[in-house]
Design a protein around this ligand. Structure first.
Ligand code: APR
Ligand code: ZN
Ligand code: ZN
Length: 360
């Protein structure tokens, strides 16, 4: 089977291989024929060691496809069903999935940083990124890791919902719970930041400021609902004119850097919310004065997978796409083939793209 393999953490290129195989489909598992997969910054973050993950591994975690086989005991989906891959599946039975209502934090089949390897190379186990591994023609995942969708939904749209859109829109609607009429600033306008902007628009925010280093991204941001867009160095004066210098009701960080996490806190108003969506390095730290945390009474909150219950939220997002509230088609800058993956990472690093989608 054809798949893109990351041989070692730190490698800058994925290896295209035709000899990756799958293990047998075990009880409770499903085999999915991948139809489309988005290229997300988190894939790159595994390559450069920001997100911990054993190698060798097959990257890709933002995918959608068609069920090709179901293991013993699987009743939730059947062969031929169209599904979105959920890289942090809810087991459905633990305290997070039940009384706590935080199924995104369920750790029973949590697969980030490991999970059962379902790929093999020369008989040796190969992990899938975050337990997924969608840069492959087919992959195997526990049945809770797929969410059935209607057959008429394009699978490339489904794939985007599987990570970037859920992460960004979910951070706004589920984690921070942005309210109508509020002011919002979003740091970073890749697939995740653009999704935060679209989410803020859906929430009815009246001011949505997009911040990015790249001029093209600032134009994109306006197309998706930002009322203002600026370079980081221009934010101070925009904040002064838009908020009287107080800061924004909500600030979202969708880059993954300590400096912009700090900037999101600084640009939230006193009593406002700074929501960290980007994934930074394990050994990088953000400093706060021990006084300001008390004095400013800001809410500093992380957002993991958009605080999603994928079983309902994927459908909710697809509903917002159907009614025109989320322009998911417009997020796709390029449609590419699996063989173009290394070039796709370069384009992402140059800040040229919102999302690139690989179709099989
Ligand atoms: N200030 C402002 N913008 C920046 C900065 C900076 N210092 N550094 C990078 N950017 C912009 C880039 O120009 C780009 O438009 O941030 C954007 C990041 O977009 P992508 O690389 O496409 O990343 P994306 O897939 O959106 O993910 C963003 O969310 O899920 C996490 O792991 C993911 O940490 C990553 C973040
Ligand atoms: Zn659970
Ligand atoms: Zn992702």
């Amino acid at each position: 089977m054809r798949a893109a393999l990351l041989r070692n953490i730190g490698d800058t290129q994925l290896e295209m291989r035709d000899d990756i195989e799958l293990t047998a489909v075990g009880p409770g598992e499903v085999r999915v024929k991948i139809a489309a997969t988005g290229v997300c910054h988190s894939d790159l973050s595994v390559m450069n060691g920001t997100i911990p993950q054993p190698a060798p591994c097959v990257l890709g975690h933002e995918g959608a496809g068609i069920i090709a086989e179901v293991g013993e005991g699987v009743t939730t989906v059947a062969v031929g069903d169209h599904v979105i891959i959920a890289w942090s599946p809810p087991c459905g039975e633990c305290a997070y999935c039940g009384p706590r209502h935080q199924p995104n934090l369920c750790f029973n089949i949590q697969m980030v940083m490991g999970g059962t390897p379902h790929f093999t190379l020369d008989g040796a186990p190969v992990a899938g990124m975050a337990g997924a591994g969608t840069f492959a023609e087919e992959m195997i995942i526990p049945h809770q890791g797929v969410v059935k969708i209607d057959d008429d939904i394009p699978l490339e749209i489904g794939s985007l919902v599987g990570c970037g859109v859920m992460t960004g829109v979910g951070a706004v609607l589920n984690t921070a719970k942005v309210t109508a009429g509020s002011s919002v600033v979003v740091f970073g306008c890749g697939g995740v930041g653009i999704s935060c902007i679209m989410g803020a628009k859906v929430a009815g925010a009246s001011v949505i400021v997009a911040v990015d280093l790249n001029d093209g991204k600032l134009e994109d941001a306006k197309r998706f609902g930002a009322t203002h867009a600026c370079k980081p160095e221009e934010l101070e004066s925009l904040k002064a004119s838009l908020t009287g210098g107080e800061g924004f009701d909500y600030a979202f960080e969708a880059i993954g850097l300590a400096s912009t996490m700090r900037a999101s806190y600084d640009n939230a108003r006193r009593g406002g919310t700074a929501c960290i969506v980007g994934v930074g390095k394990l050994d990088e730290f953000v400093n706060f004065s021990a006084f300001e945390l008390f004095f400013s009474e800001k809410v500093l909150v992380g957002s993991y997978y958009g605080s999603a219950d994928v079983r309902t939220d994927f459908h909710k997002l697809l509903g917002l796409w159907r009614d025109g509230s989320l322009d998911l088609d417009g997020m796709i800058t390029r449609r590419i083939k699996l063989d173009d993956i290394n070039e796709a990472f370069e384009a992402m690093q140059r800040g040229e793209v919102i999302r690139q989608v690989i179709s099989f």
